[in-house]
Design a binder for this molecule. Structure first.
Ligand code: TYM
Length: 322
């Protein structure tokens, strides 16, 4: 079984990325042949500062390794080290109906959030289809916001197969975990950098405390029971706490007598404890840049060998080259 997924290096890793995609991806690296990558071509649709993009790629590589990605078990690479992705993307774009892309929510959301509507942003799902189809992926672990993109990928693969021959490209399936399909941010909406409601995994302690103590709450008096439904504090706590600790917090919400400040402190402790081992690993990786370079270089080589084969197969089918 082939597993593939990617993350954009468009900012620091947040809890939504971790529980929405990474945790599942890390488990799957032991269950099949996994390819995980840093989607830096994609981030060019929102970052136009070379230095920033390059340092984000580095940070994300370190973060992913710190969370437990094992480069012996899976192929970990930077998308732009495999430029074959862009060629496949072009070929796919020639069979992709405009209407398919016009229906993509992600494009509309991004434009509504102030990202400039460039051709690259519009064609973003085609490049993503190339990422996935390049590796004949069976499973794509993602959060719910990427589901439509994987469906578009299937549609493009079907179109390619109808046009150039059945079995040319494999149809992937999205793997979305119900409980963490949409991780809430500090304001109750989906956690997303563009909403400014994220909690970063490797946030420095002072800022982490500020972000959590700043979670907006209602004005229920300390002595009264607090509403459970829609509480960001509880939703986030459930991700990091043991079931018993979570149940205890729910009971305290219902009983009254404790204020939100108390619950936020417990949440802060929960998040800090949960990610503490990753933080330690991260510090080691920061101190060892050669190792990170080596991992990415080896990953690129392995990914490229697979990509080259698929691209040759597709070029042959569509009539490019000899
Ligand atoms: P990106 O970088 O926005 O997000 C990376 C992963 O994190 C998930 N995610 C969430 N899951 C649950 N709740 C949230 N609040 C939340 N926020 C983010 C995303 O669903 C995603 O799985 N287009 C992709 C990157 C990409 C890709 C690919 C993914 C490029 N090529 C090929 C899979 C396969 C993206 O922007 O993800």
């Amino acid at each position: 079984m082939r597993i593939l997924s990617g993350l954009q290096p468009s900012g620091r890793l947040h809890i939504g990325n971790y529980f929405g995609m990474m945790e599942a991806a890390l488990k799957l690296q032991h269950e099949g042949e996994a390819f995980y990558f840093i989607a830096d071509y994609h981030s060019l649709t929102s970052i136009h500062e070379g230095k920033t993009l390059r340092s984000n790629v580095r940070d994300l590589a370190i973060d992913f390794l710190a969370c437990g990605l094992d480069p012996e078990k899976c192929v970990f690479f930077r998308q732009s080290d495999v430029p074959e992705h862009t060629e496949l993307s072009w070929i796919l774009s020639t069979v992709t109906p405009m209407g398919l892309l016009e229906r993509c929510h992600s494009y509309k959301d991004k434009v509504a959030n102030g990202i400039k509507p460039s051709h690259g942003l519009f064609a973003y799902p085609v490049l993503m289809a190339a990422d996935i189809l390049m590796y004949d992926a069976d499973l794509v672990p993602v959060g719910k916001d990427q589901k439509q993109h994987v469906e578009v990928t299937r549609d493009i693969a079907i179109k390619m197969n109808e046009t150039f021959g059945q079995d040319l490209l494999k149809l992937p399936t999205p793997r979305i975990r119900e409980e963490t399909a949409v991780v809430q941010g500090t304001d109750g909406r989906k956690m997303s950098k563009s909403y400014g409601n994220t909690i970063q995994l490797f946030e420095e302690p002072g800022k982490l405390k500020k972000a959590i103590m700043g979670i907006p709450t209602d004005s229920t008096p300390v002595e009264s029971p607090k509403p459970i439904e829609g509480s960001s504090i509880l939703a986030l706590y459930q991700l990091v706490a043991s079931p018993a600790d979570y149940e205890a917090m729910v009971a305290d919400f219902q009983a009254g007598g404790k204020g939100y400040g108390d619950f936020k402190k417990r949440l802060l402790q929960g998040i800090t404890d949960y990610f503490a081992p990753f933080r330690e690993k991260r510090a080691e990786l920061v101190a060892n840049p050669e190792y990170v370079n080596k991992v990415l270089a080896e990953g690129a080589e392995k990914a490229r060998a697979v990509a080259r084969k698929t691209l040759d197969r597709v070029r042959q089918a569509v009539g490019l080259g000899d």
